[in-house]
Every structure is written in structure tokens, then in C-alpha cells.
Design a protein around this ligand. Structure first.
Ligand SMILES: [Ca+2]
Length: 95
């Protein structure tokens, strides 16, 4: 995989990703809504955050309830895949 030096997005391990997901879930309801995802993308200066958030949901919302369920491994795995694809920064914990 090609690296882009300091601009390479960081994707932490499973625990880091779960921690990040919980920080994205600003109302702590155990789900990631399109709006919450959109906020993150906007914060990281992505273009078309609404469109991308919608796409992320389209890929990761496997049971079609309109949100990403943090408790569902498969939905979390799909979202992680898409986050990696987009290049979203997931802070790595310092160990
Ligand atoms: Ca879902």
C-alpha cells in the first residue's frame, strides 16, 4: 500500500475504532446516525459530507434501520471499511 507520509490517515486498532465510534455517537444512543457521521466528515474537511455520510450508511446499515448500530459487529466492520476507504482519521491511542 502506498503511504503518503504525514498525510497518511491513521486507522487505529479495533479498540481505537470503537472508542472513536463512541465519540461520534454524540447523543450516546448506541447508534451512529447520518447526521452524526456528517458532522465528523465536515469536521475533517471532507467534500460533500452529506453525500458521503449517506453512502457510508448505504454500505454499513445492513439491517436497514437507518443508523449504524454500534452493537452490531457486521455494521461496525462495514463502517470501518468505508472509513478506511475514505481516509477518515481515527485517533490512535498512545501506548
Ligand atoms: Ca443498522
Amino acid at each position: 500500500m502506498a503511504m503518503h507520509g504525514v498525510l497518511a490517515p491513521t486507522i487505529g486498532n479495533e479498540a481505537d475504532f470503537m472508542k472513536w465510534l463512541k465519540s461520534v455517537d454524540t447523543n450516546n444512543d448506541g447508534h451512529i446516525s447520518k447526521e452524526e457521521l456528517q458532522k465528523v466528515l465536515k469536521g475533517q474537511k471532507f467534500w460533500f459530507p452529506g453525500l458521503r455520510a449517506g453512502r457510508a450508511l448505504g454500505r454499513a446499515d445492513l439491517n436497514h434501520n437507518g443508523v449504524i448500530d454500534i452493537g452490531l459487529k457486521d455494521e461496525v466492520a462495514k463502517l470501518k471499511e468505508y472509513a478506511k476507504f475514505l481516509g477518515i482519521n481515527i485517533p490512535r491511542s498512545q501506548e
